[in-house]
Design a protein around this ligand. Structure first.
Ligand SMILES: Nc1nc2c(ncn2[C@@H]2O[C@H](COP(=O)(O)OP(=O)(O)OP(=O)(O)O)[C@@H](O)[C@H]2O)c(=O)[nH]1
Ligand SMILES: [Zn+2]
Length: 210
């Protein structure tokens, strides 16, 4: 791990049985932390046999999306991605990092302002910029801190977003593999997914500049 990464420590561990609306059930060991750099209440859900000897844990850094994760909004694919991630990680063994980065880091109200601009014709990235934000303001330092505090070594990252993998690698996390998540298309999220896909493709083609 990176020497410059500020240390965080595990604050509390607690077991929580999970039950989803489709009946799927599993058990998570929730971890909270002290010392995360942004002072927010990020969570790590340990799922499945995450300490299996020799196994590389599957890790999903999942950015909070109140509308999609909790209320089933069809404007994005966050709810189905979260549901998929919990089951895949429970089967493989690993961690879901639930990161409080609502709206790609701009917050819930600003995300809804951005939705209003999207209804007027801007795409998901243009709307952020029109509001004076960056296209994506997420910083994954807290994810690297959480993994270090958990004593996790090399990981496989469950994401379609190369920025997550790149940032974690630069923060000193050894990523053995980027494992793609599913694509969950609905009539209401087609434009959003198309914008994300074109953005991800561009990011993959560009040299890392920071
Ligand atoms: N600003 C903004 N944020 C959005 C919009 N739609 C969804 N989000 C946020 O985007 C984030 C989605 O994060 P992720 O599920 O990690 O998606 P991702 O970055 O495409 O990466 P992967 O799903 O891992 O492939 C959540 O924080 C949502 O609240 C939008 O139109 N504008
Ligand atoms: Zn969402």
């Amino acid at each position: 791990m990176s020497e410059s990464l500020p240390a965080a420590t595990i604050r509390t561990q607690v077991t929580v049985p999970l039950r989803f609306s489709d009946g799927y059930q599993t058990t998570a060991r929730l971890h909270t932390f002290d010392g995360l750099v942004d002072g927010r209440e990020h969570l790590a859900f340990a799922l499945g046999d995450h300490t299996a000897a020799g196994a590389v844990p599957l890790v999903r850094p999942h950015s909070e999306c109140l509308t999609g994760d909790v209320f089933g909004s069809q404007r994005c694919d966050c709810g189905p991605q979260l549901r998929e991630a919990v089951q895949r990680i429970a089967e493989a063994g690993g961690y879901l990092l639930y990161l409080r980065q609502e709206g790609r880091g701009i917050g819930l109200y600003a995300k809804l302002d951005a939705y209003a601009l999207q209804d007027a014709g801007l795409d998901t990235f243009e709307a952020n910029v029109a509001l004076g934000h960056d296209e994506d303001e997420r910083d994954y330092t807290v994810a690297a801190q959480m993994l270090t505090a958990l004593g996790v070594g090399p990981i496989a990252v469950l994401t379609n977003n190369p920025e997550k993998t790149d940032q974690l690698s630069r923060l000193g996390v050894t990523v053995t593999e980027q494992v793609p998540t599913g694509m969950f298309l609905s009539p209401a999220n087609a434009d959003y997914l198309a914008a994300k896909a074109s953005r991800a493709a561009r990011a993959a083609d560009l040299p890392a500049v920071r």
